[in-house]
Design a binder for this molecule. Sequence first.
Ligand code: AMP
Length: 130
Amino acid sequence: MSSIFTKIVAGEIPSYKIAEDADFFAFLDINPNAKGHALVIPKKEVNKLFDLDEETYAGLMRFSRKVAIALEKAIPCKRVGVSVIGLEVPHVHIHLIPLNSMKDIDFKHKVNLKPKEFEELATVISSFLD
Ligand code: AMP
């Protein structure tokens, strides 16, 4: 069965999309640690980060860097943190999280956003992409 993220890529499940190219897709995490918390995935469905082939791994990092640079411009924060977990969704994803303190990356504190706020965040982050 396809992962929930494969369904997002296929447009079968909605997402707040930030960016996409032929191989990668970035969108907002639906249960964010902080405003602008984004996920970057390879379209190819692979469970674990270090099981990716080298080319996809390098491409994912390159694509994540672009999104992180846009995030840092769009969201007031000290820096963008990176985390890889994957215990919930077995489809490789990089968490990019705008950080102001450690609690923004502890995955215990969550922020509630309305659909309109998600939409506005995705739009503003996208606007800072090269
Ligand atoms: P993990 O697999 O532990 O790295 O966590 C998976 C992440 O995916 C969590 O932060 C979830 O909030 C997020 N997530 C799960 N389903 C969706 C979805 N449909 N859209 C956006 N984010 C999601």
